[in-house]
Write a protein that binds this ligand. Structure first.
Ligand code: NAD
Length: 331
């Protein structure tokens, strides 16, 4: 089987080439371009394409892939909200994904963002490098014996609950489905109660109609003053303009974001002044208690190895006609 691998980064190539050694029937060709209607035609002569979370895999892209006889779309990520599943089904293109690779990778990053924004590590790092060893502006609060509020307790949220418990925090959670395995130490509460009682709030629910802008001025007003808010899930869970207003109201001790609404617009890849001037993300960066990272929650050695292993197993299951839980149509 020949796979065309889109949007290749050097670390992708390294982890996939390592795993490929045990898959003699698979060959991969890597391109830097992202998969979209302009690049789909590159898949001529391949059996499958491999894409990442922000690729444009709408109707037009899938029509071109179908013309090129592509039978398999390998998403090397959990999310597939940019894939037109109806068109994929119409053309019998099997869509497979990696539902979970390392929940701890993302949860650990969420805690890193909570700690960094609370203890102002981003400011401290710069100050010390400039020979300023004063403590002005660096005071935080203990997480020990405070309340962590976890919104969404699936794989990553559950890992975050365990980490917060390890910090000696009281852990409360809100989810539309309760995770029985957490009930020995997590108390499920209504969303409003979570908002009003938590000292640290971390978002771990997927982006859906019901969760779009779940953090807005109304929900921000219900939070405790001096709360730490972390989002490692999807940018549009948070209404950015309202978050900025909340920061201006001094609602937050810290805000840690690994994802943001403008992410797919390549705001920081295209660094033109015009884009930065109108960018809400750039406005967020101007606040001293906000820490932003560039969607790196998943980015650990263990997670990359797991992504490569599952993606190539998906390709093998396709070749052998095996059913798989990783088929997006089963979701
Ligand atoms: P998951 O499917 O295991 O868990 C999601 C949980 O959210 C489920 O328990 C579900 O019941 C709950 N949920 C659904 N609707 C809800 C609602 N309205 N309110 C509250 N909870 C609700 O998913 P996961 O693997 O834990 O991933 C969570 C999110 O993390 C993903 O959707 C993805 O957006 C994000 N993610 C980020 C990175 C990163 O690098 N930053 C990497 C992987 C995943």
């Amino acid at each position: 089987m020949r796979i065309l691998f889109y949007e290749t980064k050097s670390y992708d190539k390294e982890s996939f080439e390592n795993t490929l050694r045990s898959c003699p029937d698979i060959a991969i060709e890597y391109v830097k371009s992202d998969l979209d209607p302009r690049t789909a035609a590159l898949a001529e002569g391949f059996d499958a394409v491999c894409a990442f979370v922000n690729s444009d895999i709408g109707t037009q892209t899938l029509e071109i892939l179908h013309q090129k006889n592509i039978g398999l779309l390998l998403m090397r990520c959990a999310g597939f909200n940019n894939v037109d599943l109806d068109t994929a089904a119409k053309y019998n293109i099997r869509v497979m994904r990696v539902p979970g690779y390392s929940p701890e990778a993302v949860a650990e990053h969420a805690m890193a963002l909570a700690l960094a924004s609370n203890r102002r590590l981003h400011k401290a790092y710069i100050k010390v490098r400039e020979n300023d060893f004063s403590l002005n502006g660096l005071m935080g609060f203990n997480f020990y014996q405070k309340t962590a509020g976890i919104i969404g307790t699936g794989k990553i949220g559950a890992a975050m609950c365990r980490i917060c418990q390890g910090f000696g925090m009281k852990v409360i959670a809100y989810d539309v489905y309760q995770n029985e395995s957490l009930k020995s130490f997590v108390e499920y509460v209504p969303l409003d109660q979570l908002l009003s009682e938590s000292d640290v709030i971390s978002l771990h629910c997927p982006l859906m109609d019901s969760t779009y802008h779940i953090i807005n001025l109304d929900t921000i007003r219900k939070m405790k003053n001096g709360v730490v808010l972390v989002n490692t899930s999807r940018g549009a869970l948070v209404k950015t303009d309202d978050l900025i207003e909340g920061i201006r109201m001094h609602k937050f001790a810290g805000v840690g974001l690994d994802v943001y609404e403008e992410e797919s617009n390549n705001v920081f890849e295209d660094r033109s002044e015009e884009i930065l001037e109108h960018s809400t993300t750039a406005r967020l960066l101007s606040f001293p208690n906000v820490v932003i990272t560039s969607h790196q929650g998943f980015f650990t050695r263990e997670a990359l190895e797991a992504i490569a292993a599952t993606t190539l197993q998906n390709a093998v299951d396709y070749m052998t006609g095996n059913k798989s839980d990783n088929d997006v149509r089963n979701v």
